[in-house]
Design a protein around this ligand. Structure first.
Ligand code: PEP
Ligand code: MN
Length: 337
């Protein structure tokens, strides 16, 4: 951390800053340049806030130098993390495709979609029983009944399954039904939920909040890691911008940035970014080309009847065709699908 001070700050102002640095257990290094007076704070300063220093007399600016995240940082595990979901590895050579309906609507619906995505090469079935809907009048999901359907479909198809968990009180129950949990964009900064999931060892997809920075996403992962769960897969799903032609703006740049900044695997959800099935394929292909470790894609066999997100759901045949194209792109970037 560097504390820039007014060149004309009094000796006692500088002393007070230095005393405060020492009180935190750090060393202070004062550098007087021709036009600057900088105080360097030596040590791992991630735990101390900058605001206390900012408000001190004579201080102009405080710049943290170390990254605020520790365990999520690439430096923590330079070789990268592979998250094992029931034998399927996310973050290895293989691109892992997670696909299925937005919401679990019935056993028949889930089974029909599951068979299609499995045949096309998906390794994990997605489907939500708890839905974070913008309107309280929209379909809220089938709850635990939906999870029982998912368990049946898992047994019948052999697919691994993942689902969203929204409430701290449900974490244990939901984890008992599925191979992988998902934290939705709206809950990325539900810190109590993150901590509760952190206490389990279930693999979890952490979706980027629609207004969250990459740093905030990594800090959300840090919350879970701090509790002990390191089986985290980060998911870029589009952010809010001024553009309205797509539901969200897929931040494709987040993929290479995250790969550099963190050792955690990164996947992309092109469906919620696009909001329209016509654009899902292009975004999915761009994601794999950009270095994504996997994809989370919505598929529905009867999207016109879907209770949630029908317009962005791929039809099974479209999904199968996309998988073929993704295989070629994977090969071109040295990966397998
Ligand atoms: C979802 O994946 O089902 C979902 C609700 O997406 P998001 O949290 O990214 O909006
Ligand atoms: Mn959805």
């Amino acid at each position: 951390m560097i504390i820039m001070m007014d060149q004309n700050a009094s000796e006692s102002d500088v002393d007070r800053v230095v005393d405060r640095i020492r009180a935190h257990g750090f060393q202070a290094h004062i550098h007087r340049g021709a036009e600057t007076l900088a105080v360097g704070v030596i040590g791992d300063t991630r735990g101390i806030g900058v605001n206390g220093f900012r408000s001190m007399r004579g201080v102009l600016a405080v710049t943290p130098i170390m990254k605020p995240y520790k365990m999520a940082s690439r430096k923590f595990r330079p070789e990268g993390t592979v998250v094992n979901v029931g034998g399927v590895e996310i973050g290895g050579e293989e691109i892992v495709v997670i696909a299925g309906p937005c919401a679990i609507e019935s056993e028949e619906q889930l089974m029909a979609v599951a068979k299609e995505v499995k045949a096309a090469g998906a390794k994990i079935l997605r489907g939500s029983a708890f839905k974070p809907r913008t309107s309280p009048y929209d379909f809220q999901g089938l709850g635990e009944e939906g999870l029982r359907m998912m368990r049946k479909v898992r047994q019948a198809t052999g697919l691994l399954v993942e689902t969203e968990v929204m409430d701290t009180r449900d974490v244990e129950m939901v984890a008992g039904y599925v191979d992988m949990l998902r934290v939705g964009a709206r809950n990325m900064q539900n810190f109590d939920l993150l901590k509760e999931i952190g206490k389990t060892d279930k693999p979890v997809i952490l979706k980027r909040g629609m207004s969250a920075t990459i740093k905030e996403l990594m800090l959300a992962a840090e919350y879970m890691m701090k509790e002990g769960n390191h089986n985290i897969v980060l998911c870029e799903r589009g952010i809010r911008t001024f553009e309205t032609a797509t539901r969200s703006t897929l931040d494709i740049g987040a993929v290479p940035v995250l790969r550099e900044e963190t050792h955690l695997p990164v996947i992309v959800d092109p469906s919620h970014a696009a909001g329209n099935r016509n654009y899902v394929g292009a975004l999915a292909k761009a994601a794999v080309a950009a270095g994504s470790d996997g994809l989370l894609i919505e598929v529905h066999h009867e999207p016109e009847k879907a209770l949630c997100d029908g317009p962005q759901a791929l039809l099974p045949a479209q999904f199968a065709e996309l998988m073929q194209q993704l295989r070629e792109i994977s090969r071109a970037v040295g990966r397998k699908l």
